[in-house]
Design a protein around this ligand. Structure first.
Ligand code: UD1
Ligand code: MG
Length: 503
């Protein structure tokens, strides 16, 4: 599932304070983070630990692929260039990047593996005259926010560093590169696979997020080798190399460990997804949404909720779903790209790519498929399936029906157990029902067909011909009762016995 408009959604998320860094204390309002800088997003790795045919950075949390979160942030930073580096499964990732972040420059890593090599490929995509700073973000670190990166840049510039990076303290540092220090001062980074046993107990880890002056970076990368446990050109080696050259490099500890959580396997994917969701849910609660059970409520970053919306347990809101003031959704309801008006109630329902206008009631147990529009104060009731159906204001489909490829005017009522037979086995056809129509229970409308305004249809009818306004359509043959049929044709049955006793 990929979606458009994520930038705007992400910006509104950041405006609402989600994903912001609780350290607070914006330095100088970022006033000096204005000079030219580039952002590089690393996404060329093979993602082997995901064990998936989907590239790691296209796995989703809160409705966006990992790289979508990182590119949203990258493009919100105000950088002069945003470059992403691809190699493994590049076609799929490139299609996504081009569709949703078309101003991103794409660079390709060659066969030499490692994050350092990836950054080299990105530097080649920068204009020769570029002399600013380079921010490096990892495509698999999705929650890092704009504010933390701006603060990193600020510190980098205030301290006149050649390189500055983010670290954090993890109770379980397994898998991450460890930060080496002598007393307070930063000495370098050692990867887990290269670490000596005593280094493995260090719990300050490298977040995989850096700023470097471009000249220092290019120069040091030229000296990085692949002589390590993984045979890779590590970006992390740049830090120690710059220090050796007498340059300043520092690591800043971010207290919020989730902001720098990297995703390498599906366990981490679900853990980070859960954390992001709990932040999204809390932020909506603080902005006036009642959420009864946060642990079972899932809301994508792209969703918008009005004040005084109520979400009942087991509600999942995905994509470009929006819900108007006073509406109650749930329990056990999933909405994907559904626009919901004000004061709507939707219970135990699955709906996608549809619109439910104000005052309408849906469910329980409705299945609303793409192209459904339910008018103001309308109803789609229990065990009703709809698809490509525009149902007018005040019209009701209360029970046990299928409404596909149809328009229904205003104020009409569809009888219980009605089927809109839209498929002739080859093609789909349309049913048009006028306003203030009353259809009987158990009808079949064989499309293409149209029922005029104010018409009635009788219970049990199969309607094959158009019905003019105001007519009553009956298609059932007159009822005949064959007296004594059961005693005659089903002798000795319990029915025959009961019939005999009733006589
Ligand atoms: C990396 C860091 C580690 C840090 C961790 C934080 C290095 C050598 N290690 O380890 O210190 O603690 O991130 O999450 O940098 N990538 C490429 N090209 C490659 C390899 C990777 O572009 O050849 C990309 C990946 O697609 C990914 C990012 O770089 O988005 C990080 O790569 P990954 O293999 O996940 O590195 P880690 O082992 O997590
Ligand atoms: Mg990683």
């Amino acid at each position: 599932m990929v979606r458009s408009g994520v930038m705007a959604a992400r910006r509104s998320l950041e405006a609402s304070g989600l994903g912001s860094n609780p350290r607070g204390g914006a330095r100088n309002g970022f006033g000096r983070v204005m000079s030219e800088y580039a952002v590089v997003v690393l996404a060329a790795g093979s993602g082997t630990r995901m064990k998936s045919s989907t590239p790691k950075v296209l796995h989703e949390i809160a409705g966006l692929p990992l790289i979508g979160h990182v590119l949203s942030t990258a493009h919100s930073l105000g950088a002069t260039h945003v470059i992403t580096v691809l190699r493994h499964e590049k076609v799929q990732i490139e299609n996504y990047v081009k569709a949703f972040y078309p101003t991103t420059v794409i660079a390709y890593q060659d066969e030499i593996p490692g994050t350092g090599r990836a950054v080299e490929a990105a530097l080649e995509a920068l204009p020769k005259e570029f002399a600013g700073d380079v921010v490096v973000l990892s495509g698999d670190v999705p929650l890092l926010d704009v504010q933390s990166i701006h603060e990193l840049l600020e510190m980098h510039r205030e301290d006149s560093n050649a390189g500055t990076l983010i670290s954090t303290l993890l109770p379980n540092p397994n898998g991450y590169g460890r930060i080496l220090r002598s007393r307070e001062s930063f000495l370098g980074i050692v990867e887990q696979k290269d670490a000596a046993p005593e280094q493995l107990s260090i719990n300050e880890v490298n977040a995989g997020v850096y700023v470097f002056g471009v000249k220092h970076l290019a120069n040091a990368l030229g000296k990085v080798t692949t002589k390590n446990a993984q045979g890779e050109k590590y970006l992390t080696d740049v830090a120690a190399l710059l220090l050796e050259q007498g340059e300043k490099v520092s690591a800043h500890v971010l207290e919020d460990i989730w902001l720098v959580a990297g995703i390498n396997d599906r366990k981490q994917l679900s853990e980070v997804a859960k954390e992001l969701n709990s932040r999204i849910v809390s932020a909506w609660q603080l902005s006036g949404v009642t959420i009864q059970e946060p642990e079972t409520t899932w809301v994508d970053v792209t969703v918008t909720l009005a004040q005084d919306v109520t979400l009942l347990p087991g509600t999942r809101l995905h994509g470009f779903t929006s819900i108007g003031e006073g509406s109650v959704v749930g329990p056990d309801t999933t909405l994907v790209d559904v626009e919901v008006g004000e004061n709507v109630s939707i219970s135990r329902t699955e709906a996608s790519s549809s619109k439910i206008l104000s005052g309408a009631k849906v469910g329980p147990f409705a299945y609303i498929r793409p192209g459904t529009q339910l008018g103001k104060d309308g109803k789609i009731g229990a065990f009703v399936e709809t698809k490509n159906a525009v149902i007018g204001d005040g019209s009701k489909v209360p029970h046990l029906s299928y409404v596909g490829d149809a328009t229904i005017g205003t104020g009409s009522n569809i009888g219980a157990g009605t089927i809109f037979a839209n498929y002739d086995g080859v093609n789909k056809h349309k049913t048009v029902i006028g306003s203030e129509v009353r259809t009987g229970s158990g009808n079949v409308f064989v499309a293409p067909i149209s029922i005029g305004d104010g018409a009635y249809t009788a219970a049990g009818s199969t309607i094959r011909r158009d019905v003019e306004p105001g007519a009553l359509a009956l298609s059932v043959t007159p009822q005949k009762n064959l007296a004594g049929w059961v005693l005659d044709k089903r002798p000795g049955t319990k029915s025959a016995q009961a019939a005999k006793e009733a006589k």
